[in-house]
Design a protein. Sequence first.
Length: 408
Amino acid sequence: MAEFRYTAVNAQGVLVRGMIEAPGRAEAATALRAQGHIPMRIAPPGPFAFVAGLGAGGAGLRRGGLRRAELASMTRELAVMLGAGQDIDRALRFVADSSRRARVRALLAQIRAAVRDGSTLHAAMARYPRSFPRLYTGMVRAAEGSGTLAATMEHLATLLERERALSATVQSAMIYPAVLTVAAMGSVYLLLTQVLPQFTPLFASNGVALPASTQFMVGLGDWLGRYGLALPVAALGLGLGARALLKRPAIRLWADTWVLRLPVAGSLLREILAARFARMLGTLLENGVPILSCLAITRTALANRAALAAIEDAIRSAKAGRGVAGALDRAGVFPPRMVHLLRLGEETARLGAMALQAANIHEEQTRLATQRLVALLVPAITIVMGLLVAGIVSSLLLAMLSLNDLAQ
């Protein structure tokens, strides 16, 4: 399966743009026509359209749409207004008037205009897939059908806030190791290219035979001084090449499976996947969305191909009436704790509630796993930096001792 960016005209004659997943352009066009759209343009996404996540991926908003914080805040305000008994028109107007973001006001004004023209809320939101993911519009659609829009917006706001908090926990924890790594690499680079070359003329003028370690450090510093600036370019080229390779389904599946098997980082990614999947599944089920629709919507919200394959197996199992827990267990992608809780939910007819309980547990496990990873990374980076600096200094001292022996 591949992703395509499309431009089409919907049944109301409105020009819509978005992304669709299909084996090829022809299948994408067929899928769009089945949705009532008239395809105008179908093309692969640009090279910078998405950030290829190795693990957790996201239900997230694509570039050009609302940010997660904006969507979460807007949803929370809508939930408050609807819960207070306001109709959707007044709720949208209030949120638009109270927002300080011009693009949020403009988007809500367009949605409000569509609703006042007779469109349903989920259909109006579906015109802007960059701002409202399929998970979002799917829940709104189910809520409009069951008359529980206020409660559903409350659940959506909670879901988005939990998603945002989960991402913020991981990102914030990785800032310190990243800064420490950059500082360590910069220190070693300066020692090799600026400090060590200051002593080289002294050794050369006295005809001292440098120790092998000193010769290696001097040669490495000289090479870095000449070609060091090319390293970021080479790294960028390797990154773009890896990104191109990861667009191939077989390679991406292998990479995503391999990442989940890493000793510490793999466990963290599995916890993140479990937390996201369980939170989305439980929220959808608790809002009355059928299990097959829940799995299909959840599948579009995860980027890890190994997890997607597991969910596809779960969909086939659910269609055959065998439940989803067994298929997820056989895949071996998600932690056993989540699978056991889902199996218990199926046995007690409380799958949605148990999925939310599993989400709470795995969100806490994600926080703990992140702390453990940082606790391992920071000392490891410090030790490696210390060893590199000690190696450079000891090589310099060996050369100085050789010079001292020659003077005696």
